[in-house]
Design a protein around this ligand. Sequence first.
Ligand SMILES: Cc1cc2nc3c(=O)[nH]c(=O)nc-3n(C[C@H](O)[C@H](O)[C@H](O)COP(=O)(O)O)c2cc1C
Length: 213
Amino acid sequence: MVDDIGQHKPGSDGVSLLEGIRTTRAIRRLKPDPVPAGLIRTVCEAGTFAPSGGNRQPWFFIAVTEPERRAWIAERYRPAFHAYIAPALEAAKDPAFPEAKRRNIRAALHLADHLHEAPVHLFVAGWTRRGEPQHQALFPAIQNILLACRAVGLGASLTTLHRAHGAEIDAFLGLPDNCPTCALLPIGWPEGRYGRPKRRSVDDCLQFERFGA
Ligand SMILES: Cc1cc2nc3c(=O)[nH]c(=O)nc-3n(C[C@H](O)[C@H](O)[C@H](O)COP(=O)(O)O)c2cc1C
């Protein structure tokens, strides 16, 4: 079992933390080749270093790798995603629709139609608090996992549309009612490359002292 991020970095190009952050985009085209359990452990360990309220660390990570179980999950994700994306697909028929958004939709559709082939379906779940899901307590861990995937050369993306069948999927994973899933990260070896995603410039987002000053 490989358990040290520094020891096992297949595909990693040894970039700095900041450059890794800048180049961690959604990788939705994945090879079906298996991912060693030690690497899954490594990226989940990165998740455990995330901050959480009161340091409660409410997260659990469930890696589904068996093909029949992945197929069962994909059968639920696919129609949920198609229903979600239908209005955007309609809008994308307009020739003026931005090409970058069209590419994004195509990649997300590809993932939905090929989810069963992604070798790892990594679910992030967490304890509820006072009866409410604590998704905000899980997203720092999720982002750490995405960055760790980038560090070891794995492709990953953040998805949440499995929640359309949330209770059924949570039961399938054997989770108790007070520990629902928040996200599903399909993980595998990337078909493409990491690279800078399209983002607003920081100069459009950052202001000192007051908004609009
Ligand atoms: C809260 C949240 C939920 C998301 N849910 C989905 C999802 O269900 N399916 C999907 O393909 N992408 C999902 N995404 C990923 C975004 O679509 C993705 O971050 C965006 O397209 C930017 O991609 P890029 O990093 O490659 O530029 C989600 C992102 C966030 C932050």
